[in-house]
Design a binder for this molecule. Structure first.
Ligand code: NAD
Ligand code: MG
Ligand code: MG
Ligand code: MG
Ligand code: MG
Ligand code: MG
Length: 340
């Protein structure tokens, strides 16, 4: 079994002795900054001039400065702007303000793994990646619990980088739940594969295909929506609680038998071959380059795909049906329907 690190393995005073800059105040940024502050860490937020996030951070009593000022003041810089802008922010405002003994931290290894950011000698490079969205990371910290996190060290110039990463993880509640050690390469490649093949790409397109098959066969879209999208959460909750086994225990014998005989007809050996091709494109940098090149030229492909997917009939059906679910309106994030 992989070693797990808990509160007792971390020395919080290491991070309390640092000046930390959290660059960006989005999903992860707000969670890290607020929880570090509540853990007694000296935190400042680095944001671009005119950033919409500034007011939110200041309303929480955090000090907001420019990215360059934050990087200059701090000796540990956590980069939590979107992956596609990290290299620009790093090159323009962070790199010129690094000094020997500083550390740069990430919550995802993308820019280091694919070489978009190269740190100078004398600077530690490490990762603390909570395995959950930012609002859950913050909510669990406030509840006295935490979301499990991964740590990794890419460059250990100080000889202290791993202990520093553990201390940071402790400061956001990660060591309350347990921390695993990985590498930038393993975290990046498995994270991209998981989201592309299974969690996001795989699941979204499985749901769309199921919806299309039912509606094309003449069934009502509302009924199809319930069967292939809405109930997915109930199934996934069971998987998270007790794996595939608990999910199969909880469903009817009819559903369980159908799982065994029909699942392999949908997820054929060809699907696994397709997944291997997706993994190969991740490993050799093809995916990263396609994403970054498109971003650099105005994200044309990205915006076109987003608009096409948003126009899928399942979205219209869903918007109408979700009016029936009053409890969904209490969601604690700031997503608004139709503005993705
Ligand atoms: P986000 O999109 O929620 O937030 C981005 C923040 O960066 C915002 O405050 C925005 O104002 C700021 N920003 C955007 N462009 C900027 C610029 N040019 N200069 C300065 N600031 C700028 O980002 P996120 O989802 O929290 O992702 C941050 C990092 O965390 C990424 O590396 C991501 O892969 C990683 N991560 C995210 C999650 C998640 O749940 N969202 C989970 C694990 C790891
Ligand atoms: Mg992930
Ligand atoms: Mg990811
Ligand atoms: Mg059913
Ligand atoms: Mg059963
Ligand atoms: Mg998004």
């Amino acid at each position: 079994m992989t070693k797990k690190y808990y509160d007792a393995d971390a020395d919080l005073s290491l991070i309390q002795g640092r000046k930390v800059a959290v660059i960006g105040y989005g999903s992860q940024g707000h969670a890290h900054a607020l929880s570090l502050r509540d853990s007694g860490v000296d935190v400042r937020i680095g944001l671009a001039e005119g950033s919409k996030s500034r007011a939110k951070a200041e309303a929480e009593g955090l000090r907001v400065v420019t990215v360059a000022e934050a990087a200059t003041e701090a000796d540990l810089i956590m980069i939590l702007v979107p992956d596609q802008v990290q290299a620009k922010v790093y090159n323009e405002d962070i790199a010129p303000n690094l000094k020997d003994g500083d550390a740069i931290f990430f919550a995802h290894g993308f820019n280091i793994r694919f070489g978009y950011i190269e740190a100078p000698s004398g600077v530690d490079v490490a990762m603390v990646a909570p395995k959950g969205p930012g609002h859950v990371v913050r909510r669990e910290y406030e509840a006295g619990r935490g979301v499990p996190a991964l740590i990794a060290v890419e460059k250990n110039e100080s000889g202290q980088a791993k202990d520093l990463a553990l201390a940071y993880a402790a400061g956001i509640g990660g060591t309350r739940a347990g921390v695993l050690e990985t590498t930038f390469t393993e975290e990046t490649e498995t994270d991209l594969f998981g989201e592309q093949a299974v969690l996001c790409g795989g699941a979204s397109h499985l749901v769309q295909a199921g919806f299309e098959v039912l509606t094309e066969a003449g069934y009502q879209p509302e009924i199809a929506y319930f069967e292939v999208l809405h109930e997915l959460k109930l199934i996934v909750d069971l998987m998270v609680e007790g794996g595939l086994a608990k999910q199969r225990w909880s469903i009817s014998d009819t559903a369980e038998f159908g799982d065994y005989v029909s699942g392999p007809r949908v997820i054929t050996p060809q699907v696994k071959e397709n997944m291997k091709a997706v993994l190969a494109d991740i490993q050799d940098g093809t995916f990263a380059q396609r994403f970054m090149d498109d971003q650099a030229s105005g994200a044309e492909e990205f915006k076109k795909l987003r608009a096409e997917e948003e126009a899928h009939p399942i979205e219209k059906t869903g918007r109408e049906l979700r009016q029936m679910f009053s409890w969904l309106k209490d969601s604690d994030d700031d997503y608004t329907e139709g503005t993705a």
